[in-house]
Design a protein around this ligand. Structure first.
Ligand SMILES: CC(=O)SCCNC(=O)CCNC(=O)[C@H](O)C(C)(C)COP(=O)(O)OP(=O)(O)OC[C@H]1O[C@@H](n2cnc3c(N)ncnc32)[C@H](O)[C@@H]1OP(=O)(O)O
Ligand SMILES: CC(C)C(=O)C(=O)O
Ligand SMILES: [Mg+2]
Length: 526
């Protein structure tokens, strides 16, 4: 079986599914996710632009701020329907209408709990009272606005007979969209579909309404439940960017949009969302809400289009379809990331070095690969800069290495003096010493001086740079020695700064010896 890239698929049937985004209402209900007025406007503008059909912009009765946000979003929206939430209360509905009425296409969304738990414990209302409330509030809303959405909160834990009766009451009172919320993320795909089928079969007039599905992710099934509802007849999915929302969140917009696109062969439905804006929307919402996106989040996570393991990278270099079912461009990313790390292989390393301008033959690659693996064992991720450092150090230390650092152990901390135990290989023989210093680098340099006396040479420059970010970053160290006007620079890179410093020092010393030999051959120790 092949998995063609999304845009090559010819849909058998294109039933349109409306995308209802509630990032600014249910998403913002997530503890700690409050957004500023400006951030909400920017998000709404993007959602409108990218083809979201309905934007639930807020809960106008909740606060002045929410009211202002919904009113301003209603004014700015060009294409989307702008919706506000209201309880089954005349005051909520009037306030909601005051905010959404500025929109070209306004909608009032009103709801009431229908499950036994909600009726008895939250509302203290009988079934009859709930039904009366539905009639009174939905008809009031319908007198204000043509587009009315009604939701039986906690629908999936409501008795089937009462759910049917409540929905029938709302439809008779003028609701045009009936939303079925799985308020506490309790349902499973089979049941989600069965509820929609059951309602379509039993509720008179429901076939004239749009049926919506609103799923929460408490058991990690929100996307699956939403898609199952669509297969059973729902034609509106309620969702949020990055799956932001109450508790474990809502159905993630990016997941349903891409699932319907990629698996159009088995779910022949389309949405109006421009999927190439998904990454932009994800980043905007993550930053506004202050909720970073988990690395392995479907579609928009940092690793959703990244590969570190050699076998996958090799496959990707040969054909991107081997390990990806979507192209990064489909969701607004520039390219797949082949991240180099301890699981990577020679193909990916060779490819990356080529991108960085190093054309190496197989023997050279084999050599670099050994050092690359050694580095990768010590570092979570090997960045481009790490590889450049690796290649440059290789080039600068290749020739005339009479002195090599074999081992180094330093003791440092608050109690001085710091000490270094160093073994240098000098002209093929091991030499060992112990030295102290003012800090670990000084102690290590003193140890080098003890083994290779070079009193005439002066340390002119000592520079340390972190190649990348993070405490496991490689340090590149440059050391410059000067002796009677002759200058020799040495470099080294290592995740251990003292090791990098000592190797850079020794590298400079090797070069100095070469320069000495060129002018007048001398013994190794000055
Ligand atoms: C599943 C959901 O996402 S529902 C939406 C949840 N979102 C929010 O609650 C965010 C915004 N909410 C708020 O700002 C406040 O809760 C307000 C302004 C709406 C109400 O504040 P308060 O009047 O202080 O009431 P409070 O929030 O403490 O309690 C909720 C009240 O609404 C009632 N209520 C709850 N849902 C509904 C409903 N759908 N229709 C009518 N009344 C409802 C409760 O029974 C309770 O009433 P009570 O005071 O008679 O017991
Ligand atoms: C207001 C309703 C639709 C809701 O968010 C829920 O039940 O989860
Ligand atoms: Mg909800």
């Amino acid at each position: 079986m092949t998995t063609p890239s999304a845009d090559k698929q010819a849909p058998a049937k294109q039933d349109r599914v409306l995308i209802f985004d509630t990032t600014l209402r249910d998403g913002e209900q997530s503890p700690g996710a409050s957004m500023t007025h400006e951030e909400k406007l920017a998000i709404a503008e993007l959602l409108d632009d990218m083809g979201v059909d309905i934007i639930e912009a807020g809960f106008p009765i909740a606060s002045e701020g929410d009211f202002e946000a919904v009113s301003d979003i209603a004014r700015l929206a060009k294409r989307s329907v702008i919706c506000g939430l209201a309880r089954a209360s005349i005051g909520d509905i009037d306030r909601c209408w005051d905010a959404v009425r500025h929109a070209k296409r306004p909608r009032i969304h009103t709801f009431i709990g229908t499950s036994p738990l909600h009726r008895e414990h939250q509302l203290s209302m009988s079934k009859e009272q709930v039904l009366e409330k539905i009639t009174a509030t939905v008809s009031h809303a319908r007198n204000l606005c043509e587009d009315i959405q009604w939701s039986p909160m906690d629908a999936t834990r409501t008795e089937e007979d009462f759910l049917c009766l409540a929905i029938e009451t709302a439809v008779k009172a003028g609701a045009t969209t009936i939303n079925i919320p799985d308020t506490v993320g309790y349902t499973a795909p089979g049941e989600s579909a069965q509820i929609i089928r059951m309602l379509l079969e039993r509720v008179p007039g429901l076939d004239k309404c749009i049926i919506a599905t609103h799923c929460h992710n408490d058991l990690g099934m929100a996307t699956a439940n939403s898609l199952a509802a669509v297969e059973a007849g729902a034609r509106q999915i309620e969702c949020t960017i990055n799956g932001l929302g109450e508790r474990a969140g809502n159905t993630a917009l990016e997941e349903v949009v891409m699932a319907l696109r990629v698996r159009n062969d088995i779910m022949p439905f389309s949405t109006g969302v421009d999927s190439t804006r998904l990454m932009q929307a994800s980043r905007m919402v993550a930053s506004a809400a202050g909720f970073p996106v988990q690395f392995n989040k479907a579609i928009v996570g940092k690793n959703a289009f990244a590969h570190e393991s050699g076998i996958h990278q090799d496959g990707m270099l040969k054909h991107s379809g081997t390990f990806e079912i979507m192209r990064p461009a489909d969701v607004g990313l520039n390219a797949t990331a082949l991240v180099l790390g301890k699981h990577s292989g020679r193909h990916a390393l060779k490819n990356k070095l080529k991108e960085l301008g190093y054309e190496l033959g197989d023997n050279q690659i084999a050599d670099v690969f050994v050092r690359f693996k050694a580095l990768a064992d010590r570092k979570k991720e090997v960045y481009d800069e790490d590889l450049v450092a690796l290649m440059e150090v290789e080039a600068s230390s290749a020739a005339n290495e009479r002195i090599r650092v074999k081992s180094l152990r330093v003791v440092c901390g608050t109690e001085g003096p710091q000490t270094a135990d160093l073994v240098l290989e000098i002209d093929g023989a091991d030499h060992e010493t112990h030295a102290t210093g003012d800090g670990p680098v000084d102690a290590a340099f003193n140890a080098v001086k003890a083994l290779v006396p070079h009193g005439g040479a002066r340390l002119q420059l000592y520079q340390v740079h972190a190649v990348t970010e993070g405490t496991d970053a490689q340090a590149t160290v440059t050391v410059r020695l000067e002796e009677e006007g002759k200058i020799a620079s040495g470099q080294s890179a290592d995740t251990d700064t003292v090791v990098a410093s000592t190797k850079a020092y020794v590298n400079a010393l090797n070069k100095l010896i070469v320069r000495r030999k060129k002018s007048a051959p001398q013994a190794l120790s000055a």
